[in-house]
Design a protein. Structure first.
Length: 326
């Protein structure tokens, strides 16, 4: 199995449905409405998906719950060959944006990540991520949590949630605070809105990566600007197809973006929601675009180069990839 690097993974969105059902049973919560008869998460569209996601997250109450979640998620990632992963963490769900509570959640997540690294060799880093539709005020509190814990483990700051609501510039204060704390920046854009949304994220937030960004393809001059500036796209093909942005992988613009010189990376976003894994993403792309091992190896290497971790960790990961292809 090829070693892989994942840059765009929402920790709660990666929770196996059986794990959430187990927590709900322990806590005597009725979450039957968010699952279908087969036991999978059930939703009708992206906005319903966000509601189901937040309902599932209701079961995750304590730092210990987050530690267990982290172990469950990293076991799935490691089984797919992932050697390095960055996940989105939201103080909204981890302690209600209270800094000292957030520190406790983070501690539990880091201990679980250390245990996974010892067991499976998988390396995890965190990106603190406010939720766009929770609004700029909460994002400010989230940015303060991020700034307090910025370092060699919390390495980035992002923005997820409903792209149709508000504008990137509404979050400029939070992104400025995160940048001043030394965090690297990314923002979901070009998933539910077109090129203008991607332009605004780059211009108004100064991000160096874009979550998704695929709808930049609707304006080739923007695609060229992204390629020229070296802005990296965190592409999640299976997510885009599952949510109906493109009818099939063959219709997905990842190959066109790559051919035009954009640094594309591949991730799963919220794997059980979209019936995907990193192994399935790579296999699906090989099938849809006739990509061979050298194409997939190049995607993994581009992902490692775009990682927000410290240079030593990045070099270590790149060496692991090189060894697999030697
Ligand atoms: N949160 C979890 N998954 C997301 C996605 N695909 N877009 C925006 N916010 C998200
Ligand atoms: Zn996402």
């Amino acid at each position: 199995m090829l070693p892989k690097v994942e840059l765009h993974l929402h920790l709660e969105g990666a929770a196996p449905p059986a794990f959430i059902r187990g927590l709900a049973a322990e806590k005597k919560m009725d979450l039957s409405g968010i699952f279908n008869a087969a036991g999978d998460y059930s939703y009708t569209d992206f906005w319903h998906f966000l509601k189901v996601y937040e309902a599932a997250t209701e079961t995750l109450k304590s730092p210990e719950d987050y530690g267990r979640l982290t172990r469950a998620v990293l076991a799935e990632s490691a089984a797919s060959g992932v050697v390095y992963s960055e996940c989105f963490l939201s103080p909204d769900f981890c302690g209600g944006r209270d800094v000292s509570a957030w520190r406790e959640f983070l501690q539990a997540i880091r201990e679980a990540a250390d245990a996974a690294e010892r067991a499976d060799g998988i390396v995890l880093r965190g990106i603190v991520t406010p939720i766009r539709h929770f609004g700029p005020e909460k994002a400010r509190e989230t940015a303060l949590c991020a700034a307090e814990t910025a370092g060699d483990w919390i390495v980035g700051f992002g923005l997820a949630g409903d792209e149709k609501i508000l504008e990137p510039k509404d979050f400029a204060w939070s992104f400025d605070a995160a940048r001043e704390a030394g965090l690297r920046l990314t923002c979901h854009a070009g998933e539910w809105r077109g090129p203008e949304s991607v332009r605004a994220a780059i211009r108004d937030l100064g991000v160096e990566r874009i979550g998704h960004g695929v709808r930049a393809i609707e304006d080739l001059s923007l695609v060229d600007e992204i390629a020229e500036a070296g802005v990296v796209l965190e592409v999640c093909p299976g997510s885009n197809v599952a949510l109906g942005i493109y009818p099939s992988l063959k219709d997905h613009p990842i190959a066109a973006l790559r051919a035009r010189g954009v640094a594309v990376t591949v991730s799963t976003d919220d794997p059980p929601f979209f019936h995907t894994t990193m192994e399935r993403e790579y296999a699906g792309l090989a099938d849809a675009f006739d990509w061979d091992e050298s194409d997939l190896g190049a995607i993994a290497a581009a992902s490692a180069r775009a990682a927000f971790c410290d240079p030593d960790t990045r070099e270590r990961i790149l060496k692991r990839l090189e060894k697999a292809h030697a």
